[in-house]
Write a protein that binds this ligand. Structure first.
Ligand SMILES: [Zn+2]
Length: 233
């Protein structure tokens, strides 16, 4: 965390801006101004991480422990722009700041206490090359700064499919593609561990399920899930 002296000094040179409204941040504020932080529709999941709407998406799919998200996601809402900036506007460091805020929100509930390592959902090499970074990895870094948990970003990889998703007509085909997209590459490293999967936004859970099922091929793995947003139906 930044000390207040350096924050004050940096604020004089380059004022920090709220990631949602763009307003100037006070020295004690981080990422969001007080107004935007109050407006943000945070989920109650940190209080009941074993049984909530998001956790239920994963029940029966893989050995799920806890699931939580920072806030309820709605497309075109003001907070959704923050995720858009992270994914499409090259705002790489924003991901780390978001990760820190997510960690600070969950830490008081002991959410990280029994977790061994963080696994960001991988993106394809092609997308990583285009974007320059994996947004979930950036969030994982921020969480790691706060929790000191190690990040395993090479235990599972994501393959590229030549068909564009927009050309697939059926949901079934799309799901089949997502299901086959992940490949476990280092089962030994994760054997018997409790891993925290990080994704940006969870809606149907299909991506996390596919990634989780691949990780669960390693013996004795337990999984928890944490995301920036959760889309409430
Ligand atoms: Zn604001």
């Amino acid at each position: 965390m930044r000390t207040s002296f350096w924050t004050s000094l940096l604020d004089l040179i380059a004022p920090r801006r709220c990631a949602i409204c763009g307003g100037r941040l006070e020295p004690q504020e981080a990422l969001l101004c007080a107004d935007c932080d109050n407006e943000l529709e945070k989920t109650p999941f940190p209080e009941s991480p074993y049984d909530n709407l998001m956790a239920r998406l994963f029940w029966g799919q893989f050995p799920i422990e806890k699931a939580s998200a920072w806030f309820y996601y709605r497309s075109h809402s003001d907070p959704s722009k923050m995720i858009y900036d992270l994914k499409y506007h090259g705002q790489m460091l924003l991901g780390e700041d978001i990760g820190e805020q997510i960690a600070l929100r969950h830490q008081p509930f002991g959410f990280f206490d029994d977790i061994d390592a963080i696994v960001p959902v991988p993106i394809t090499r092609r997308r990583q090359w285009k974007r320059g970074y994996n947004q979930s990895m950036q969030v994982a870094k921020g969480i790691s700064y706060v929790t000191h948990l190690p990040i395993y970003n090479k235990v599972v990889k994501r393959q590229h499919f030549s068909q564009s998703q927009t050309h697939q007509t059926s949901i079934w085909e799309r799901r089949e593609n997502v299901r086959a997209a992940f490949q476990l590459v280092d089962a030994d490293k994760i054997k018997g561990k409790h891993l925290l999967i990080i994704d940006d936004v969870v809606t149907t859970g299909a991506t996390v399920i596919a990634c989780g099922q691949e990780l669960a091929k390693a013996e004795g793995v337990k999984l928890s899930v944490l995301s920036i947003g959760y889309t409430k139906e």
